[in-house]
Design a protein around this ligand. Sequence first.
Ligand SMILES: [Zn+2]
Length: 468
Amino acid sequence: MKRLVAGLFAVVVPAAAGAQGAPDWKAVEAEAIRTIQSYVRINTSNPPGDVTKAADLLVSLLQREGVPVKRYESAPGRSIVLARLKGTGAAKPILLLHHMDVVPTDPSRWQHDPFGAEIADGKIWGRGTMDMKGLGVVQLMAFLSLKRQNVPLERDVIFMAVPDEEVGGELGAQWMRKNHYDELDPEYVLDEGGFGSRDLFAPGKLVFGISVAEKKILWLKLRAEGVAGHGSQPHDRNPNDKMIRALARLLGEPMPTTPFSVLQTKRGAARGEGVPASDEPGGVQGSPPLNMTSRVGPLAQNKFNNAIQHSTISITSFRSGVGEPPKVNVIPSVAEATLDCRVLPGTTKEQWLAEIRRRLGDPEIKIEITYEGEDPVVTTQDSKFYKALESAVKQEHPDAILTPMVVPYGTDSNGFRPLGVKSYGFTPVVVPAAAVGSMHGDAEFLPAEAVGPAIRILFNALKETVTR
Ligand SMILES: [Zn+2]
């Protein structure tokens, strides 16, 4: 019945403005840019992380279009917006997920008002333009376009905006999974993660990376114990010396990679020995080999590409000394350092800890795990939505190279993967490496010209995925 009605619309009102055929993309783009500006102008810095006004804005935009909206509050100021386009239920929903909160700013370091959403040099400037109010609005406009075009839906399309992502997501996406999973129960999640760039992945190639996995987070605390003493008489039990030598050994050889099929990198995989490439973490089944390097070729040398090809260690603190400020002439008895480790799928926690121990080369240094993220689960690329994203990007950018990728950072979508949900991280924009580097920095921007094509890509991919 639903299909028949939709078919009739196609025949009866082909010329009705905006009702069928292609949306008026110019108008949609202008509306999107205005909406991004209004959204960025609402300061949702986290901490404190109050998103009430941002949620008010989204609710009013959705209600204006006649979309039913539910609103939750996981804690004061922690609003969650959930809107749904109802499908026939022939397939499980697709969930468009984004977070409303942003990381704090130091306005004195910004050239543009971080909450001004000023457009200059073709860029929309402000906190959240890239991470991730821009994508939130791209999702919203694609979602509204489905409704405005009366696209027949065989699955629900859910738009969800959450708080709290920038501090871990416990009161946002995680809270919804825990308390209202029946409202979601998606087959697919689309969140931030990958994106397109002409210079970041490989100069001169337009590459779009769709995130299918995240690295495992392991935060470690190292502790060296020694013997206190007078600074005038050095001895061989100074914990600082011990720690410094161990850390030098830790960083003294290149970071390892893993024979992990998203990368298909076997080079330098020594430390991943015993993890065959086919032994995909998370058990991806029936998917063709995922292979970033063979699709893109050699990746450009930069910190982003380094992080997606290697397990990495950042030494983030070093604490030692006696007294505050520490006495210059006292050898302390303890030195501590913290390591932020991000481990590629394919290397287990045990393998990674063994690697750290081997590199430190000092069995007396104690290693404590202070935080451990989920074991990586890799989402298959062999899915209707992934293929639809791929072909929608190709349609918009015929010269694009599409590749699955792992992202170095964490996002809300990862928590859906262990539940068997096919989660993709993808902002379908073309951005310069500088825009990617601007996230969490003091010059965050989104190229204005990227907005229109991104909405078209997402709309076309959704249209393909919600209908037979
Ligand atoms: Zn984000």
